[in-house]
Write a protein that binds this ligand. Structure first.
Ligand code: SF4
Length: 459
């Protein structure tokens, strides 16, 4: 039998893989916009796009804009202008996208403009501009998605939109009515984050105390337990994640309604950080009514007293607007007196600034800028003294501190009373070997107006 002739081997030429399409990304605005950015970036990565930090090498640039106040609009338009000048292929999305004409007037040649949360619209525009490269290996994603925050903390958006009609705000017209995510969906996301090592979950929305009202507080199950889609059950679920460590849970944008008391009890039990971000905005009932604020009729001082009787260590943060149209000196004085009694831990304040499209613009009694500036100064001076006195009382106490950064400035962390970016810091001594994301016990040795100084006692 003749030997079988050797079959010629088929040669395969090594084809270099097609380079990944590159997307430049500019993210502006509040934590809610940041979460939208994270969702888009996660999807881009899932589809094999590479994100780049410069305009030159990007095939297309996405600008996620903010349109909340006039200075944010200006910043967004500048960012679009830079992207157009440096790259020329630009997709615009986010809050300012809801005001299309403001953008097209200056930039008629954009590839696409979409409003907030139009995640599909953004991806469609990207696909049209730069089709995705098929590469199954690039479909692999970290289970928690792509985060823009440091690895050790993450924002968790529980709902979108708002049912209120505050006269200085255009968010409901831009983002629509309240739409809550079912509680199990939020808990699954939180669990993935916790399993990926996230140490702090920051719950955000436009109105966390209204969470679930649109879903009629739908019941869902998570880890063999039933939860209602409402703030209290969400907090219970977040305290019951299946992860090697339990992350801190911090609540933002909560209104002072009576049902919030149940959550304060969870804080007293140590299940949720004893921290509440309550945007009071003012204390004069007349001003609050002109602002059309939710819970305007609540006796907020009594509410604070009730919360402190349940959880004495609770840290309350708030923001205020000074110089709202028609604010009289007497109304401002009511705010100062309230501030003295309320003894808030963390406070941010702004002078009133009109937002295009807000109904407050039609209110009479605009307060001159110099009067607003002078009131803001008085307000912040009053609060600085309160803050300094409150922080001084922490000297000698031992607190858990989450390390944010270890760098040339030393080791900087935060306690339960400090949300990232907006509150104070804890500057640590004796933590040279620490890493960002570690939680340590530290004894407070000194304090100033906003920050604490502490020595690590247990790493
Ligand atoms: S509660 Fe008021 S300020 Fe907050 S998003 Fe709703 S309308 Fe705007």
């Amino acid at each position: 039998m003749p030997a079988a002739a050797a079959r010629p081997r088929r040669k395969t030429a090594a084809v270099p893989p097609k380079p990944a399409p590159k997307v430049g990304f500019v993210s502006l605005g509040c934590p809610k916009a940041l979460v939208d950015s994270e969702r888009i970036l996660t999807q881009l990565r899932a589809e094999g796009y590479e994100t780049v930090g410069n305009y030159d090498s990007a095939d297309v640039v996405i600008v996620n804009t903010c349109g909340f106040i006039d200075s944010a609009v200006a910043e967004s338009l500048d960012a679009i202008g830079d992207a157009m000048a440096e790259n020329g292929k630009v997709i615009v999305t986010g809050c300012l996208g809801a005001k299309r004409e403001v953008i097209t007037e200056r930039f008629p040649d954009l590839l696409s403009i979409t409003g907030p949360q139009d995640f599909r619209g953004v991806m469609d525009a990207v696909h049209t501009a730069v089709p995705p490269r098929h590469d199954p290996f690039l479909d692999l994603l970290p289970p928690q998605g792509i985060k823009l925050t440091p690895r050790h903390y993450a924002y968790v958006k529980i709902s979108e939109g708002c049912n209120h009609k505050c006269s200085f705000c255009i968010i409901p017209s831009m983002r629509g009515k309240l739409r809550s995510r079912p509680v199990d969906e939020v808990l699954v996301e939180a669990q993935k984050l916790a399993r990926a090592g996230v140490q702090e979950l920051l719950v955000i929305s436009q109105d966390t105390s209204a969470y679930g009202a649109d879903l009629k507080y739908a019941r869902r199950s998570f880890r063999d337990r039933e939860y209602e889609t409402r703030m209290l059950d969400l907090c219970r679920g977040l305290a019951n994640l299946d992860a090697p460590h339990r992350p801190w849970v911090r609540l933002h944008y909560v209104y002072p309604y009576p049902h919030v008391d149940g959550v304060i009890e969870l804080m007293a039990e140590g299940l949720v950080l004893p921290y509440l971000d309550v945007p009071f905005q003012h204390a004069s009932t007349a001003v609050l009514k002109r602002m059309k604020r939710p819970a305007a009729a609540e006796n907020t001082l009594r509410r604070l007293e009730a919360w402190r009787s349940i959880c004495p260590d609770i840290a309350v943060r708030s923001t205020f607007i000074v110089g709202f149209p028609g604010e009289t000196e007497a109304e401002f004085q009511t705010l100062l007196d309230w501030l003295d009694e309320a003894q808030l831990d963390r406070v941010g304040a702004f002078t009133y600034s009109p937002v295009e499209g807000a109904t407050a613009n039609a209110l009479p009694g605009a307060v001159p800028q110099e009067v607003m500036d002078e009131r803001l100064e008085r307000f912040m001076t009053r609060q600085a003294a309160i803050s300094e006195a409150k922080l001084a009382k922490k000297i000698g106490k031992t607190l858990e501190v989450l390390v944010d950064e270890v760098g040339p400035e030393g080791v900087i962390g935060r306690s339960y009373a400090d949300a990232p970016e907006i509150d104070g810091r804890v500057i640590l001594e004796g933590g040279a070997r620490l890493k960002a994301g570690q939680r340590v016990m530290a004894t407070v040795t000194d304090a100033d107006t906003h920050d604490l100084y502490a020595t690590v006692v247990k790493g």
